[in-house]
Design a protein around this ligand. Structure first.
Ligand code: AMP
Length: 467
């Protein structure tokens, strides 16, 4: 039977009213598949990323089953890897459970447990928690687990990436074995498969193909950029364009995120229009930044992957990957921040030669080649400092070694005289001339591309106008 409306699920009126109020007219594919299975008490393995409607897919059946407030111990537990995601799921519970009166609570670290403990003591029906905080409060004797009948692991791949496996195992040991389990993950690989074997009982696998749908909704482009400074110049140029109304800039590390923020706040964007979030920022700062961004008061949000996990903001006009994530699935998460709920979005990736390796892996995951465009003429291409050049070459060596353990290293493990003539010359040259005559790119799949050349291709041009 084809499911085209929420009325076709056996949900109660309270839930249907909430769904209608949220403006959901038709269940998304993951909801069409998951809701009947979950209502039928099956264990479910859901392969779906954020943006597919997976949260409501598992929440609606849970809310249906726990129905109304009862007793004081939680009857359902939802685990998620980050506090942002926990907060967001908890907000979805508030919205979907609006007419049920169910008591729910988000448990996460980064702030004192006092308020969370007080709320627990008053009685809750449903908990949304990060594994760490859940275990902390359990050990303090504040969580009674005996009534938990449903367990959801959301973004299970991310939880494993973040090293939460030991905590998850501890949690599985302290909750009743007779329960329903649902596991959601953006990706499905060996690890998730093993976890699901350990954790789920005769699960039904449901899968939506987010990669394809994300790729359809989001226009993606790569600019080949020779170095950090030119990335900054390109950012400067882009942010000044009118279309860049609500932008998330992703950076791999806290330091890079801070540097981007400082540069933009100093020179490009008014300070009250830009925020930065990463793990070193206090909880309140992060919440305020996200709220301001959501409300449209902030044009640019600079974020690391972990901090941005689960951000649900409609109408993000552009996602900029200042660099590529090392957890390749995060690329899908990143670009999924734009192009949500049928809005067209754009994802722009800045790529140095040392990142070619990563983009190939990402393209394999998303099953497409991301188109490349030449750098806009107005962007100044600065020369690559010698140290940065060396660091990139070293990185490329390491990447080759990863794929081929026999690889001895073309760069720093060998003396130049032992290398093939071309390479020996270029390394000797680089050492001699320092930053003045940096190496040109000698390898990689797209060596024809213009952007990575780091040699004297200095292009002068006017900088983009500043606001
Ligand atoms: P999620 O994948 O759970 O992060 O949800 C992504 C966004 O889609 C959220 O803003 C939800 O409110 C929204 N959403 C979920 N289900 C539906 C639906 N059936 N129709 C329209 N929007 C939905």
């Amino acid at each position: 039977m084809e499911i085209t409306s929420f009325e076709q699920f056996e949900l109660n009126r309270q839930l249907l009213n909430a769904v209608a109020e949220l403006g959901y007219t038709e269940p998304t594919p993951i909801q069409q598949q998951t809701i009947p299975l979950s209502l039928g008490n099956h264990d479910v393995l859901g392969i779906a990323q954020t943006g597919t409607g997976k949260t409501a897919a598992y929440l609606l059946p849970i809310l249906m089953k726990i129905k109304y407030p009862q007793g004081s111990a939680p009857r359902a537990l939802i685990m998620a890897p980050t506090r942002e995601l926990v907060m967001q799921i908890n907000e979805a519970v508030s919205e979907l459970g609006k007419y049920t009166g169910l008591r729910h609570l988000a448990l996460y670290g980064g702030l004192g447990p006092k308020t969370q403990i007080e709320t627990l003591r008053k009685g809750v029906d449903l908990l949304v928690a990060t594994p760490g905080r859940f275990m902390d409060l359990y050990r303090l004797g504040e969580i009674v687990t005996k009534d938990i009948r449903t367990l959801v692991l959301d973004e299970a791949d991310k939880m494993m990436d973040m090293g939460f496996m030991p905590q998850i195992r501890s949690i599985l040991e302290i909750i009743p074995t007779k329960r329903q389990n649902l596991l959601f993950s953006a990706t499905f690989g060996g690890r998730v498969e093993r976890l699901s074997a350990e954790f789920l009982e005769a699960p039904v696998k449901v899968e939506v193909t987010p990669q394809a749908s994300t790729a359809e909704m989001v226009s993606q482009v790569i600019y080949e950029v020779p170095n950090f400074r030119t990335k900054i110049n390109l950012l400067d140029y882009l942010i000044n364009k009118d279309a860049f109304q609500r932008v998330i800039i992703f950076a791999r590390t806290k330091t890079t995120a801070e540097n981007i923020y400082k540069f933009l706040a100093r020179k490009v964007v008014e300070t009250d229009k830009i925020r930065v979030i990463h793990a070193n920022k206090g909880q309140n700062t992060r919440i305020n930044a996200m709220d301001a961004f959501k409300e449209g008061n902030v044009q640019v949000l600079v974020a690391t992957d972990v901090a941005a996990r689960g951000i649900d903001v409609a109408e993000v006009s552009h996602v900029i990957n200042f660099d590529l994530p090392l957890i390749y699935e995060d690329y899908v998460h990143r670009i999924g921040r734009t192009g949500r709920a049928n809005h067209a979005g754009a994802a722009i990736t800045f790529l140095t030669m040392a990142e070619e390796y990563h983009v190939q892996k990402i393209e394999r995951i998303i099953r497409m080649t991301i188109p490349r465009e030449p750098l806009p003429a107005n962007v100044e291409v600065t020369e690559t400092p010698f140290d940065e050049q060396q660091a990139m070459l070293r990185e490329i060596d390491e990447q080759r070694r990863k794929d081929n353990p026999e690889f001895m290293g073309a760069f720093h493990d060998k003396k130049a005289k032992n290398l093939p003539p071309g390479k020996a010359r270029s390394i000797a040259q680089a050492k001699e001339t320092g930053a003045k005559k940096p190496l040109s790119r000698t390898s990689g799949p797209r060596s024809g591309g213009a952007g990575h050349k780091t040699g004297g291709a200095k292009r002068s041009g006017s900088r983009g106008g500043r606001r």
